[in-house]
Design a protein around this ligand. Sequence first.
Ligand SMILES: NC(=O)c1ccc[n+]([C@@H]2O[C@H](COP(=O)([O-])OP(=O)(O)OC[C@H]3O[C@@H](n4cnc5c(N)ncnc54)[C@H](O)[C@@H]3O)[C@@H](O)[C@H]2O)c1
Length: 300
Amino acid sequence: MAKTRIAVVGAGLMGHGIAQVFALAGHHVTITDSFHANLETAKARISANLRDLGDDEKAVDRVTPLADLAQTVRDADYVVEAVSEDLPLKQKLFAEIERHVRPDTILASNTSVIPITAIMGGLKQRERALGTHWWNPPYLVPLVEVIGTEWTLPQAIEWTMALHADAGKKPAHVKKDVPGFIGNRLQHALWREAVSLVERGICDAETVDTVIKAAFGRRLAVLGPLENADLVGTDLTLAIHKTVLPDIESRPGPSPYLEKLVADGKLGFKTGEGFRKWSAEEQAALRSRVVQHLKKARDL
Ligand SMILES: NC(=O)c1ccc[n+]([C@@H]2O[C@H](COP(=O)([O-])OP(=O)(O)OC[C@H]3O[C@@H](n4cnc5c(N)ncnc54)[C@H](O)[C@@H]3O)[C@@H](O)[C@H]2O)c1
């Protein structure tokens, strides 16, 4: 694929990692952030990541941080937004971006769960707007969900899928713009039942995680649920669903157990307690285990 000019808006956790992936793939990347310190440190964070992963450190030379939004997006073929998860902020930002880009520049939001229709609905040229949902850290997790709205041109989707595949990512096309797209719907269906098991006193939080990690979690990276259903037989899957589904959590809102944790200030790592208590050492050890695991998986 021809090398393009990419603009990244937001240089936080996701934005700097997305810039890194595109720069490593040979594209020229401009990046901006309204918070000076995050823009100032973007290149240093990218360099550190590249070094740590053994990737070409010279890729960072293709990244240009710019304080001005208009200047960041003006010459771009593709703009990806990774600012805070705030609908009015994203809407306002895209209205501003649209004033400065070419008519054919593709515009993407990296929102986690907000429907792209809500973010892009007010644009003048909605046919070039779409969602690209990356996973953290962007340079270690392969998937990028590419979400079209009812207005998005098929060519814009195809071009964006090719751009990400060429950069070594695994793009997945989400054909309908539903909240949470595919990945977060699946993930939070599992989390809802995980919370419910604790809430109902069936087991404690640590046991929920152990059951997943030591059982079907071991297979998940190579065996998806529908492959698994075919493997064991759709007839067995049907029989299991008849018995289990009526008892599985199906409430349409968040669990009161979760709401109480938040109300009690048990916010997880940031307060030292959530579903479980976490010392600083335990937090560091868990973060490190995740990164080491993802690095190993990257080399497979
Ligand atoms: N963290 C994740 O695991 C994850 C995964 C997938 C998608 N996302 C989504 O990606 C987006 C960014 O998340 P993050 O985790 O990188 O957040 P973050 O807080 O690390 O970064 C957001 C950045 O946006 C900047 N910003 C805020 N308003 C701005 C503006 N008007 N102009 C320019 N920059 C502005 C902030 O200064 C900050 O640096 C969110 O929509 C989030 O839901 C996050």
